[in-house]
Design a protein. Structure first.
Length: 186
């Protein structure tokens, strides 16, 4: 944590090397969350870049007694939500993306006999409600605690646990429907 404090202080002093180091340190974390939430590489790149701009503008508001990662991911999650909101107001582009995704799924089903579980999981994640997907990604991919996720999403831990439970259930159901996992025999 003291590494982050020193790095942030140098960034606040306008040190460009420190800003590049900060970006390098957190770029994979930021981009992977954006990609999982937005499910479109170009959008994820744009939102990741926008997130870093927001972070640098708000660095003086970070509390050095608290970990950087949850604070940073809160900003990124908010930028993703804003991007998803904007995207939902463009139904023609959204419909086209859904149609292309559907065609891609059909094409890959015919060509691929072997199930790629990572791809299937990614498709199942895409069918979750935004808050369930965010919770799932933050818990399993970013390995954050319920408390940290609650802070990022501004929700109580009980809500986070409920959303995560529902996300797991919906993903399991989706994977069962696709034939990726089978019902346990009694």
């Amino acid at each position: 944590m003291s590494d982050d404090v020193d790095l942030v202080q140098r960034c606040l002093a306008g040190n460009e090397v420190a800003m590049r180091a900060f970006t390098t340190k957190y770029q994979n974390l930021v981009f992977s969350l954006c990609l999982k939430m937005l499910r479109h590489r170009e959008d994820a790149e744009d939102v990741a870049q926008e997130s870093f701009l927001r972070v640098f503008r708000a660095l003086d508001h970070w509390d050095p007694s608290r970990p950087m990662k949850p604070w940073l991911l809160t900003i990124v999650a908010n930028r993703c939500r804003t991007a998803l909101e904007k995207r939902s107001k463009l139904p023609s582009q959204n419909d086209l993306a859904i149609e292309l995704e559907s065609e891609r799924r059909e094409h890959s089903k015919h060509e691929q006999q072997e199930v790629d579980i990572a791809e299937e999981l990614d498709l199942a994640l895409g069918e979750l409600r935004e808050e369930y997907r965010m919770c799932f990604v933050l818990f399993y991919q970013q390995e954050l605690s319920y408390e940290e996720i609650g802070e990022i999403l501004d929700r109580p831990q009980g809500t986070v646990k409920t959303w995560l439970h529902r996300a797991r259930g919906q993903i399991a159901e989706c994977l069962r429907e696709r034939g990726v996992i089978c019902e346990a025999s009694s």
